[in-house]
Write a protein that binds this ligand. Structure first.
Ligand code: NAI
Length: 239
């Protein structure tokens, strides 16, 4: 049975990606930051779909904890699908941005990718197959005021995808990013939706399921020649 690993699967977009991939037939390994109980609802939903579920707990900023958890679970094997979904925002105008706001976002969103893919990449390369999907953001494509830290981290992830695609394509690993716009989750719950909707041609927020559907496509058999790309999911926010 094939396995999909979702980094940051306890809620929001990551949880829906895990569920969609379970529906597609993958066994699921999902991670969360602090409390394994946060994965309980996903565990039972994946079980109801007849797929195996395993949860791992570690802070993706913690390089050693990430490596210990991932190599401890996968050993000499590797997931067939690696979805890097975990991410945070700490919005502030650059002039007021604290060192903590900068560091937290960059260390989570960007360093967390290194910390979680690096323990697994050699085995993926050795197996000569796999998919790596990174959840970037429209903010990383165009830049967003009040989000210099977040935009920088997500633009960096887009660079990661383009460069890594050139390294591992010949090894049979497809690497792509999706760039969601405004998706209704806990992360966006406090944002002023009335000010944002006028900027979106479809005049509505997106749902986590709409992101999960594109990730499913990028993991499936209809996307085998899509590589090193950034697929926008934003209702026309960025055209
Ligand atoms: P969320 O806040 O609901 O979920 C974030 C996930 O990341 C959680 O599972 C959390 O446990 C995990 N996480 C965060 N920091 C972590 C850490 N240090 N260690 C381990 N896990 C950590 O957010 P949402 O909205 O579901 O976002 C998911 C991804 O999509 C993020 O990368 C976000 O930047 C991106 N995104 C979200 C958009 C939106 O409108 N909601 C728009 C564009 C991108």
């Amino acid at each position: 049975m094939k396995t999909a690993l979702v980094i940051g699967g306890s809620r929001g977009i990551g949880r829906k990606i895990a569920l969609r991939l379970a529906t597609d037939g993958y066994d699921i390994v999902a991670t969360c930051r602090k409390d394994i109980a946060a994965l309980d609802p996903l565990k039972s939903e994946v079980g109801n779909l007849g797929r195996k579920f395993n949860g791992l707990v570690f802070d993706i900023q913690d390089r050693k904890a990430a490596a210990d958890a991932l190599t401890g679970f996968f050993g000499e094997s590797a997931p067939d699908i690696f979805v890097y979904n975990a991410g945070i925002s700490r919005d502030n105008l650059m002039v007021f941005m604290t060192p903590g706001e900068w560091d937290d976002v960059v260390h989570t969103n960007l360093d967390g990718f290194y910390n979680t893919i690096h323990p697994l990449l050699f085995q993926m390369i050795a197996r000569k197959s796999g998919r790596i999907i990174v959840i970037a953001s429209a903010s990383g494509q165009v830049g967003q005021p009040g989000q210099v830290n977040y935009s920088a981290s997500k633009a960096a992830l887009i660079g990661v995808v383009k460069a890594l695609a050139k390294e591992v394509g010949k090894k049979g690993i497809l690497v792509n990013a999706v760039a969601p716009g405004f998706i209704e989750t806990d992360m966006t719950a406090d944002l002023p939706i009335d000010k944002i909707l006028p900027m979106i041609p479809l005049k509505r927020a997106g749902s986590p399921e709409e992101v999960a559907g594109v990730v499913s496509f990028l993991c499936g058999s209809d996307s085998t020649y899509i590589h090193g790309q950034v697929i926008a999911i934003n209702g026309g926010l960025v055209i």
